[in-house]
Write a new protein. Structure first.
Length: 234
C-alpha cells in the first residue's frame, strides 16, 4: 500500500509539472504575438501567466523535496524526481524569457508609441518563435509519454534555431546601419531573438532530462551536429 501511494504521488507531481509546462508554452507563444503586434493587453496577460508559473514552480519544488525526504526513492523514481526539479527550473525560465520579451515590447511602446512593428524589420522572430514552441511542445510530449526518442528529436532542432538566431541578428544589425531611425526597434528585436534562443535551450534541457529519467543516460554537454562537423573538418 505505501508503494502504491508513492506512485500516486509521483503521478500527481507529474500532472503538476505538465500543467506548468502548458503555462510556459502559452506564455512563449503569446509573448511573440504581443511583440510582433505591439499588443499591450497581451503583454499584461503574459506577465500574469509568469506569476502563475512562479507559483507553480514553488508548488512543484515543495512536493518534490517532500517526496525525497519521506520516500528516499531509488533507481528510476530517484531519476524522475531529479529530472522534475531540473525541468521545473527550465519551465520557470521559459516564463522569464517570455516576460522579458513583453517588457521589451512595453519599452518600445513608451519610446515609440506610433513606431513601426518589429515585423517590418528583417529577421525572423516569428520563425524562431515557431521553432521554440515546437521544441517545447515535443519536449513536454516526451515527458508525458516517457518517450526518449521524441526527446532526441528536440536535440536535433537546436541547431536550426541557433542558425536562425545568427541570421536574424546579422540582418537586424545591417538594418540598424542602413536605417539609424530604427535602432531602438532593431535592438529590442535582437534581444527578443536571444530570448527565443534561450527558451529553445531550456527545451533542450528538458529533453535531456527526459532521456536521463527514462534511460539513465546523461547526454548533457554532448556535441551538437554542427559542432561535430566542425571538429571533423578541423
Amino acid at each position: 500500500m505505501p508503494r502504491i501511494h508513492f506512485q500516486q504521488q509521483l503521478a500527481t507531481l507529474k500532472d503538476k509539472l505538465l500543467a506548468m509546462a502548458a503555462l510556459a508554452q502559452q506564455s512563449l507563444e503569446l509573448s511573440v504575438e504581443a511583440f510582433l503586434t505591439r499588443d499591450a493587453a497581451l503583454c499584461d496577460h503574459v506577465l500574469d501567466i509568469e506569476q502563475a508559473i512562479n507559483a507553480a514552480e514553488r508548488d512543484v519544488d515543495e512536493m518534490a523535496y517532500e517526496l525525497f525526504a519521506k520516500e528516499q526513492p531509488m533507481a528510476v523514481d530517484l531519476r524522475f524526481l531529479m529530472a522534475v526539479l531540473r525541468i521545473n527550473g527550465d519551465l520557470e525560465r521559459i516564463g522569464d524569457q517570455a516576460a522579458n520579451t513583453v517588457k521589451q515590447c512595453r519599452a518600445l511602446m513608451e519610446v515609440e508609441p506610433n513606431g513601426a512593428n518589429p515585423a517590418d524589420l528583417p529577421g525572423d522572430i516569428g520563425g524562431m518563435g515557431a521553432i521554440a514552441r515546437r521544441m517545447i511542445r515535443n519536449a513536454v510530449r516526451a515527458l508525458l509519454d516517457a518517450d526518449p526518442a521524441r526527446a532526441e528529436q528536440v536535440l536535433t532542432m537546436d541547431d536550426d534555431i541557433d542558425r536562425l538566431n545568427r541570421d536574424s541578428q546579422a540582418a537586424l544589425l545591417g538594418a540598424m546601419q542602413q536605417q539609424p531611425d530604427c535602432t531602438d526597434l532593431a535592438l529590442s528585436s535582437i534581444i527578443v531573438c536571444r530570448n527565443l534562443e534561450r527558451s529553445a535551450d531550456h527545451a533542450t534541457n528538458i529533453a535531456e532530462d527526459v532521456i536521463f529519467w527514462v534511460r539513465g543516460s546523461d547526454v548533457r554537454h554532448t556535441f551538437s551536429a554542427s559542432e561535430q562537423g566542425a571538429v571533423a573538418a578541423a
